[in-house]
Design a protein around this ligand. Structure first.
Ligand SMILES: [Zn+2]
Length: 154
């Protein structure tokens, strides 16, 4: 039961601490929790039932949050790189759009082709040029291909 409960992570309760339940103490291996004290908010290690209380001091919330923020700032890609990525992504979007438009055109043509094949086949059957059983077999095949194209188009 304890093991299952200890998996629990993330924010709990009304108080907001950026790193509560997310980071671990290097000394004791326990997760850090946040607490509000009259003299300020602190992170501290959760008690370990086997090893007892950690010897590390409490850490002011602002100090640790600021360190994370500084790290985050350093991880931001340079503006120049972001601009290059934007240009590249726009080009990819344009390329995909062109490919999609081409496919739509092809599918529409395919649908029209099979529709006219079906009509021609019907005419031939009605005119006595094609036997009914052959008509039915071919018509089924054409209709199936047309529906495939219609499904892809939609
Ligand atoms: Zn600790």
């Amino acid at each position: 039961m304890l093991k299952r409960r200890s998996v629990d992570t993330g924010e709990k309760g009304k108080l907001e601490f950026l790193l509560r339940g997310i980071i671990y103490c290097r000394a004791c291996g326990q997760k850090l929790t946040g607490e509000i004290h009259p003299r300020g908010s602190y992170y501290r290690c959760l008690p370990n039932l086997h090893k007892g209380k950690c010897n590390q001091p409490y850490i002011p919330v602002k100090l640790l949050d600021d360190q994370l923020e500084a790290l985050y700032e350093r991880l931001q890609p340079p503006k120049k790189l972001l601009e290059l990525l934007k240009v590249e992504m726009q080009e990819i979007a344009r390329r995909r759009k062109r490919i999609a438009e081409k496919e739509v055109k092809t599918l529409k043509r395919t649908i029209e082709d099979f529709e006219s094949k079906e009509m021609k086949l019907l005419d031939e059957m009605l005119g006595g040029k094609v036997a009914r059983e052959i008509y039915e077999k071919m018509e089924k095949k054409y209709a199936e291909k047309r529906r495939e194209a219609e499904a892809r188009l939609s």
